[in-house]
Write a protein that binds this ligand. Sequence first.
Ligand SMILES: [Zn+2]
Length: 66
Amino acid sequence: MKVIFDPDIPEDFKEDIIKAIEEENIADLCKVCGGDTLYVAFLEGVLDVKCYECGHSYIEIELAEE
Ligand SMILES: [Zn+2]
């Protein structure tokens, strides 16, 4: 799947996020709407990986507070 990142996500995190997405074995197409794009939102220390088309959430990744 293509991945679009929230502009607030630091460049350093992107590689790890992509790895996490690969480990989850998310299908190439959204199981809900058939979309082929993921959107990674960043809100209050949590990364939310969801379908860009329909918003179906696949993974939430909590970032440890420093
Ligand atoms: Zn979808």
